[in-house]
Structure formats: structure tokens, C-alpha cells
Design a protein around this ligand. Structure first.
Ligand code: SER
Length: 339
């Protein structure tokens, strides 16, 4: 008998750390991870097997298939929005072809063990694209079906993969004589910018917020690459991890959509700087907007409408902006860099 496991891709990334901790603490199936980078040593005791390599490598998934029965996948691996603009083809390969490969892997797993495979997919506010600042201001809280005209490769990749997930979940091989039926239980969250006390993102365009607070704690100067009035939604990492787990646990029948917005607070970059200065009064933070990255952030909504997530599966973030800084970010980041 193969052992039943949960697979996490991109496990060494910004979100993986917290997700592994939470899943391991919940005591569900053993965890298998895939990432190009090795896991932090602190995660070793929490996972059954760590595979170092690319999700695009055929043999990695085959080896997992030979030994384990995968019942849930958290597909976190991705090339984020800034980095993707420098290597759009590679971004497509990793973000789209990688996701397609994993969806197909999930379908094959489901067919082989006869049950649905849960597929948790973090999408992004980058799936939106507003044409200009005036429209962004007018649009306010954007609902899932509005303004989905992304201007970045990463945003296009995320939006298309939401559709791929919908296809595998509901329309897979719909014309086949012995239609095998979709075995993928696809669920997705469009995350806002995320701020973690323990990990720093790499290659994203919402990175100005986490970079500002981590630089301040390290005593390094920081020149913020967007204007002070720039506003997009953000969330503290523990709420993002909780949301992913709570959506995974939700009763399928209660879900009215496959893709959900969630949000917690949406400060301007200037408000973030003020909060960072509150925690680290000596921080040296200036603004030096990079017009091209600014344009990307300006195309993302100032806020999102997350009514459906709150209604369908009880999404309710623990941290508002002040609590996120006072109780989670400042104390934990201070401890991290003073060690
Ligand atoms: N944080 C991501 C990025 O900046 C958006 O999902 O690319």
C-alpha cells in the first residue's frame, strides 16, 4: 500500500514555511515537498520527504507517484511578477506548464485511487488589471469577476491557471465516450500582497512593504520603489496560511466559487512607512519610485471585495493593520534580527 500524503510545491518559498508548520501541527497526512531550494533545517522534522528539484522535472513527480498516494496538493511554486517580466517564457513554463503538469498529476492520482484530489492554488491580485489610476480609484473594492485584464506575465499566468483549474474540476475530457470525470477538487485564493515576519519574498512587486519592514529591523536604509500614495491590499502571513487551510477544510457544497478574493487591510506605502517608524524609530526609509514597477502596482486594485470568502467559508483575518504591526511583525522581526 502506498502511503497517503499531502504534496507542497514551492515549499521553501515565502509561504511554504508557515504552511508546513500549520499542516504538521494539525497532524494530517505526512507532507512531501518539492522546491529548487532546500528547506530550512527547522522544517526537516515536519516533513516525510523533501525533494530538491523543479516541478518541471518528469522523474520527480513519477518517483512520488511510485511511492505515495497524493490526496492533496498545495501548489505554491511560482515566479513572481517582477522577476517574470525579465524572463516571460520561463515564467510561462514554471507558472503555467508547471501548474498544468500538477493538475494532470492530480487527475491521474484521483483516477488511480478513486477519490478527488484537493488542489489548493494561490492566485493573486495580479490577476487584475486596471487601466489607469483614475479607474483604480473609482473601482474601489474589486469583485472576483471585474477588471481581469492583467498587464503582467505573472498575472496572465495566474488568471489562466485559475481557468485550467476550473476546467479540470468541472469539464475534464467532457467529450470522451467513457468520460473519466474531473478528479481535481480545485480551490483558489487571490491573495493580496503578503507580509511575513519570518520570510522575505523574492521577485514580487508588492515586495516594497515586506522589504521596508525587514530593512528597518536590520538597520539598513530602504528606498521604496513606489510613491507614498500607492495603495494595494495586504495581509499578514499567518492569516494567509489560515485562509488556505480553512478553504481546504471547507465543505465543497458551501462553496459558490472556485476562486476567492481575500483581504485584510490596504494601507498606502506612506502609512506602511509610518507604522514601520513606530516600531523602528531609527529606520531610514525614503521614496524613489521606479516608474515601471509603479505602473504594475497601479494596475492592481486598491482593495478587494471578499464578501464571498467571508460568507462561504468564514474567512475572517485575525490581524488588522495595527495588530499586524504591533503583535506580529514588529516583535517577531525584531527578535529575528537581534539573534
Ligand atoms: N506578491 C505578488 C507579486 O508581487 C503578487 O501576488 O508578484
Amino acid at each position: 500500500m502506498r502511503k497517503s500524503v499531502t504534496l507542497i510545491t514551492g515549499a521553501s518559498g515565502e509561504m511554504g514555511h508557515g504552511l508546513i508548520e500549520r499542516l504538521a501541527a494539525n497532524g494530517g497526512s505526512p507532507i512531501i515537498t518539492i522546491d529548487l531550494q532546500p528547506l530550512e533545517p527547522s522544517a526537516h522534522g515536519m516533513v516525510e520527504r523533501e525533494c530538491v528539484g523543479s516541478i518541471l522535472e518528469e522523474h520527480l513527480l513519477e518517483r512520488i507517484l511510485a511511492e505515495y498516494e497524493v490526496n492533496a496538493i498545495y501548489h505554491l511554486a511560482a515566479i513572481l511578477s517582477t522577476r517574470a517580466e525579465f524572463t516571460p517564457l520561463t515564467a510561462h513554463q514554471v507558472n503555467v506548464e508547471g501548474t498544468l503538469k500538477l493538475l494532470d498529476f492530480a487527475q491521474a492520482q484521483g483516477e488511480s485511487h478513486g477519490r478527488h484530489v484537493l488542489f489548493m492554488y494561490p492566485s493573486s491580485i495580479a490577476a487584475y488589471g486596471l487601466p489607469d489610476i483614475a479607474t483604480k480609484e473609482r473601482a474601489g473594492r474589486v469583485a472576483e469577476s471585474d477588471w481581469t485584464m492583467p498587464s503582467t506575465m505573472y498575472g496572465c499566468n495566474k488568471l489562466y491557471c485559475e481557468h485550467l483549474g476550473r476546467y479540470y474540476a468541472g469539464h475534464y475530457k467532457q467529450l470522451a465516450a467513457d468520460s473519466p470525470h474531473g478528479k481535481v477538487d480545485f480551490r483558489s485564493i487571490r491573495f493580496p500582497g503578503l507580509i511575513s515576519a519570518f520570510t522575505v519574498p523574492s521577485g514580487g512587486t508588492s515586495d516594497f512593504a515586506p522589504e521596508m519592514v525587514h530593512a528597518a529591523a536590520k538597520g539598513a536604509s530602504y528606498a521604496c520603489f513606489v510613491r507614498p500614495d500607492t495603495r494595494i491590499p495586504f495581509m499578514a502571513m499567518p492569516d494567509a496560511v489560515d485562509a488556505l487551510i480553512n478553504l481546504a477544510l471547507a465543505d465543497r457544497a458551501a462553496l459558490t466559487r472556485l476562486v476567492y478574493n481575500i483581504g485584510a487591510f490596504n494601507p498606502s506605502a506612506a502609512e506602511i512607512r509610518d507604522l514601520v517608524l513606530g516600531g523602528f524609530p531609527d529606520a531610514d526609509i525614503t521614496f524613489a519610485p521606479d516608474l515601471k514597477r509603479q505602473a504594475i502596482v497601479d494596475s492592481w486594485p486598491a482593495d478587494v471585495d471578499d464578501t464571498a470568502a467571508r460568507h462561504d467559508w468564514g474567512f475572517a483575518p485575525r490581524y488588522d493593520l495595527d495588530r499586524a504591526f504591533a503583535e506580529y511583525l514588529v516583535p517577531n522581526i525584531r527578535k529575528r534580527y537581534s539573534n
